[in-house]
Design a protein around this ligand. Structure first.
Ligand code: HEC
Length: 109
């Protein structure tokens, strides 16, 4: 009985776990981190502490709802300099970048 319950739980976890991480190759991850520093950094600051755009540091991100951030990066913010990225990056890549921001792991190389 217990074993069956545990197996069911593991099954549920396995189907609910996002697979975005696994789909992005290591070399693409390096490119995306460079993009974050160079392109996003040109407005958000090279260390993402803010510039023309707000800070995207782990402390700043903590308070921001993921769904809103996802929409902002995908579609941009009309009427502001924040451009849409959905034609340049895939949905998986945007989700991956957001994970990096929430974990504050963009500085690891
Ligand atoms: C041309 C300048 C520019 C570039 C390039 C840019 N952003 Fe932005 N971004 C902005 C501005 C300005 C805002 C604030 C918009 C507003 O006033 O609501 C913003 C907002 C955001 C927000 C929402 C932050 C918040 O506090 O609500 C996120 C997340 C974000 N940008 C991520 C990114 C990412 C990731 C990239 C690179 C893929 C990027 N931005 C590239 C200018 C830019």
């Amino acid at each position: 009985m217990r074993k069956a319950r545990r197996a069911w739980l593991l099954f549920c976890i396995s189907i609910l776990t996002p697979t975005a991480m696994a789909e992005i190759t290591v070399s693409r991850q390096v490119e995306l981190k460079n993009l974050l520093e160079q392109d996003c950094g040109s407005c958000h600051g090279l260390t993402l502490k803010g510039g023309l755009g707000p800070a995207l540091t782990i402390d700043a991100m903590k308070k921001k709802p993921r769904a809103v951030m996802l929409a902002t990066i995908s579609d941009g913010r009309p009427g502001t300099p924040m451009p849409p990225w959905k034609n340049i990056l895939t949905a998986e890549e945007i989700a991956w970048l957001l994970d990096v921001l929430y974990k504050g792991s963009y500085r690891e190389k």
